[in-house]
Design a protein around this ligand. Structure first.
Ligand SMILES: [Zn+2]
Length: 472
């Protein structure tokens, strides 16, 4: 009596499914009995794809049993189940070569791997299988091509969406997280700070793990958030909005990409977000050392009644000559006021432009003109000169023009600068900026130098010097 092993595999091909692995094993058992083979083990790999190259532990076990000489017969339903691809066939041929290894197959004709011609047939079949696998992958790819060509969502919709009946539906709570993160990152808040805030607020992340800057960036980069359809990494068009609505507008998406791809943004790792507006930025007026932000106990102390601790206030201090030290609050207030006043002047745009300052000015003037025409059209509608239909058409045209101009403007500004930071809205926009962004703006505009002052003297604005950089 010979000893044998039954090997079955759950496969995704139609024949495999039709047969069912249990029936395969039953039929193998019947065959083994008829051939007087004693079955030592029945092994099954739950491997839905023979093509992924995943480990197949039961297959390995079959090889082990054969190598150890515990079995000399392998009972299979079809040779496909055991060696469909050349990479599976070769170790089996190796074993068959020096042992009298017999294969019993239920549905395919027996192939004797002990003979050269049997091995040749097996190799040809395996090669054919490999080709079929490749072809199948091609078919799957072309199915996804067709889906993509029809504007249908192909891959899983990801954070912000859920798929309902083949359509992607916005999950409002997640969309809110995305929009909020995009807005904050565009205002130059660091990804890390936004991630930390999401974690602090207990906002669940897509994978359940804590939010991280890296994963947040990956998420915000996704073109599908802006309703853009990509195929093999290239944007090929827009989704049908009824099948996949956008969460971010295309403009925001492009500004995010520009921001993430800006090399100037990459901070040395481990750098901390500064707490003070000017620490590490303002310079000492005596020795030109960069001032640090420090907590200082400054006179006159007025301890709260009953409190042992003395009041502590933040100050900028020179750690080199130790002769310059100013309370932070009044210095920050002054610099804040001066910078915003500078930003409110339209020519400040010239100080930020990375490309053509004239182009930036032109775009900004054109935006102002467009706004004026929008206002005029609204007035004309109000006093009956325009019909609602005319107003709608004019407004539509002007809005499109405006967003075009905004894009032009954004293109010549450093990506982290909101386009309306310069001009009449400067104060509101500035106040909404993250401290990182404010520092970047100050750095771009001027040097801040803090002059020495006598201890105890009240704050004198002349003690702070602001040296504007020459416009680009
Ligand atoms: Zn100094």
């Amino acid at each position: 009596m010979r000893n044998g092993v039954i090997y079955g595999r759950i496969s995704d091909d139609p024949t495999g499914k039709a047969a069912g692995v249990e029936r395969q094993v039953d039929e193998c058992r019947t065959l083994a009995e008829a051939a007087s083979v004693h079955i030592v083990e029945t092994l099954i790999d739950n491997d839905l794809s023979a093509t992924t190259g995943k480990r197949r532990p039961s297959f390995e076990r079959v090889l082990e049993l054969v190598r150890a000489g515990q079995v000399d017969t392998v009972v299979i339903w079809h040779t496909d189940r055991l060696y469909r691809l050349p990479r599976d066939l070769e170790p089996i041929i190796e074993l068959a070569d020096d042992r009298r290894l017999r294969f019993l197959t239920v549905t395919s004709s027996e192939i004797d791997l002990n003979t050269a011609s049997g091995r040749m047939v097996a190799r040809i079949l395996a090669a054919a299988s490999a080709q079929e696998v490749e072809h199948k992958a091609e078919r799957q790819k072309s199915a996804s091509d067709q889906r993509a060509a029809r504007g249908l969502p192909t891959t899983r919709p990801g954070y912000g969406y859920e798929r309902v009946d083949g359509r992607d539906v916005v999950v409002e709570a997640e969309a809110h997280v995305i929009r909020d993160a995009a807005r904050r990152v565009l205002a130059s808040e660091s990804l890390r700070a936004v991630a930390a805030d999401l974690n602090a607020r207990g906002v669940p992340s897509p994978g359940g793990a804590p939010w991280q800057g890296v994963t947040l960036r990956q998420m915000l980069r996704r073109p599908s958030l802006a309703g853009l359809r990509t195929h093999r990494g290239v944007t090929v068009g827009a989704f049908d909005p009824t099948l996949h609505p956008a969460i971010l507008d295309v403009d925001t998406h492009e500004r995010l990409l520009a921001l993430f791809d800006d090399p100037a943004r990459r901070r040395p790792s481990g750098g901390r977000t500064p707490k003070h507006l000017l620490s590490g930025l303002a310079e000492c007026g005596l020795c030109a050392e960069v001032l640090g932000g420090r907590m200082h106990r400054l006179p006159p102390w007025q301890p709260k009644p009953g409190s042992k601790s003395k009041p502590v206030k933040a100050a900028y201090a020179c750690n080199k000559c130790h002769k310059v030290r100013r309370l932070q609050a009044p210095v920050d207030e002054l610099v804040d006021r001066v910078i915003v006043a500078r930003l409110e002047r339209p020519d400040a745009a010239a100080m930020f432009t990375t490309g053509d300052p004239a182009a930036a000015r032109e775009a900004r003037d054109a935006i102002d003109a467009t706004d004026a025409r929008l206002a005029l059209a609204a007035d004309q509608f109000a006093d009956g000169t325009l019909t609602g239909d005319q107003l709608r058409r004019i407004t539509e045209k002007l809005r499109a023009r405006r967003s075009e101009l905004e894009q032009q403007l954004t293109a010549v500004l450093p990506p982290q600068m909101p386009h309306d930071l310069v001009g009449p809205r400067a104060r509101a926009v500035w106040d909404g900026l993250h401290i990182d962004a404010k520092r970047a703006v100050i750095r771009a505009l001027a040097r801040v130098i803090i002059m020495p002052a006598g201890i105890g003297r009240s704050f004198n604005p002349d003690d702070v010097r602001i040296d504007w950089h020459a416009p680009a």
